[in-house]
Write a protein of this length. Structure first.
Ligand SMILES: *Cc1c(COP(=O)(O)O)cnc(C)c1O
Length: 435
């Protein structure tokens, strides 16, 4: 499959380049030149297929010419070792639990698939690559866990000191081997700027073969299409229109849903549910896209002022706003509403949701007032990741899932650093192989 850069459509590249290049220039957004329909026989069997089987079929439909089938098989079987169950909350409302992976957020899905793919793409290279990423919490832990012990790949994660939750910090700092966590005395924006500086530094780039694992990379986005198929397959009744409500920040998750639909999944509509970082719901209403500065909320994984994947959505619809409005409904909510929603979910549905899932629930509830459909909202993180807020909202303690194991007693080993590029550069160069 050829890919093109939506910011420069005449630039066509191979899948390998699209995946490994979007890292160097973060402005490059690649899309496949053609999104084929998944074969009809897959839809006939969908209800009997598990997540790796769906991942195998969907990958084969788009990337069958780029990746040998036994490699596709290995990537999906290694990546999807956990469940993504659909639970029924009321007659026509369901929740898709995307948080059963090792770091308890949906970002495991993209990161684990991407890690398998990078290992394959880098197999014949004689040099190590270094994945460098800034994180406000979920991405860094998912990437660290996914790349742990992969041959030929090192990972360096920058996180803002004191600004990630306790569990997130444990997940980020308790690995060793090929994973290094840098605890930066600064904000998430400082971390991001440092990473940008690193990518712009020729010397560092050459010596370390820097690669990013950020969410505009198609390799992370694409596997997120699989769970839309998997959710659909778990519905007992598909006679009514199916609607997904997606709690959105950088809009990778929603873009993946739209791609799933292009691949043939019969979804009626998507709901873009955001916090007060509402540039997309405002665009859907006014027709003007005016990204603003990031505002901080209790749903911090969605605190994105200028969603990086939104241009991909415009591209999928060739900028036709009436078509976009027909397929996507936008709603945004305040922290107060999100707190109330967690309480309602607990009291009326005996369901403990995390704040991000609660925003998706709010979006779906709003939508269901106007349309009869089967509604599915995406629960993107386990409530324990935001335990303090959930306990405050629901008045109930959050139970630790068994998947956490002995995480909380593990020894942390982060390297503390000032938010200084020179200091980080010196560290990275000295830590890299002196040969
Ligand atoms: C990253 C994240 C989101 C936002 O997903 P996007 O793909 O960036 O829109 C929502 N919820 C949680 C828990 C996340 O970690």
């Amino acid at each position: 499959m050829k890919f093109y850069n939506i910011n420069n459509p005449s630039e066509k590249v191979s899948f390998r380049q699209a995946v490994l290049k979007s890292v160097v220039n973060v402005k490059d957004l690649y899309m496949p030149v053609n999104i084929p329909m998944v074969p009809q026989k897959v839809f006939t069997n969908l209800f009997n297929m598990n997540l790796p089987e769906i991942g195998y079929e969907v990958t084969s439909a788009l990337l069958g010419e780029d990746i040998p089938s036994e490699v596709i098989s290995k990537i999906v079987n290694d990546a999807f070792t956990f469940e993504i169950p659909l639970r029924k909350l009321s007659r026509h409302m369901h929740v898709l639990e995307l948080f059963h992976g090792p770091t308890l957020a949906f970002k495991d899905v993209g990161a684990r698939y991407m890690a398998g793919l990078f290992e394959f793409l880098n197999r014949d290279e004689d040099h190590e690559i270094t994945v460098l990423a800034a994180t406000s919490g979920d991405t860094g832990s998912a990437v660290a866990s996914a790349f742990y012990n992969r041959p030929g790949i090192k990972v360096v994660i920058l996180f803002p000191s004191g600004k990630v939750s306790h569990i997130q910090e444990k997940m980020l700092t308790t690995m060793s081997g090929n994973i290094t966590a840098l605890e930066i005395d600064g904000s998430f924006d400082d971390c991001q700027n440092l990473v940008k500086q690193a990518f712009a530094d020729k010397d560092l780039n050459q010596k370390l073969n820097l690669t990013s694992a950020n969410s505009i990379n198609f390799a992370r986005l694409f596997p997120q299409t699989f769970y839309y198929f998997h959710a659909y397959a778990q519905l007992a009744d598909t006679s009514r229109p199916v609607v997904f409500s997606v709690p959105s920040g950088n809009f990778g998750n929603l873009t993946a849903g739209l791609i799933a639909r292009k691949l043939g999944l019969p979804v009626s509509r998507f709901i873009a549910a955001t916090n007060i970082n509402r540039s997309v719901p405002v665009y859907l209403e006014s027709g003007l896209f005016e990204p603003g500065p990031t505002q901080h909320t209790i749903t911090n994984a969605m605190d994105v002022g200028n969603p990086g994947n939104f241009p991909r959505i415009l591209e999928l619809y060739k900028n036709d706003i009436s078509k976009i409005r027909n397929d996507i409904k936008g709603y945004w909510f305040s922290d107060r509403q999100t707190m109330e929603a967690m309480k309602i979910l607990q009291d009326e549905y005996t369901y403990q949701a995390d704040p991000h899932g609660a925003v998706a629930f709010l979006g779906l509830s709003e939508y269901l007032k106007h349309d009869d459909c089967e509604g599915i909202f995406l629960e993107t993180a386990h409530p324990v990741k935001f335990g303090d807020i959930v306990e405050k909202a629901t008045g109930r303690p959050v139970e630790l899932p068994p998947a956490i194991g002995n995480l909380l007693t593990k020894k942390q080993n982060a390297v503390k650093m000032k938010a200084s590029f020179d200091e980080i550069k010196t560290y990275l160069l000295s830590a890299s192989n002196p040969n």
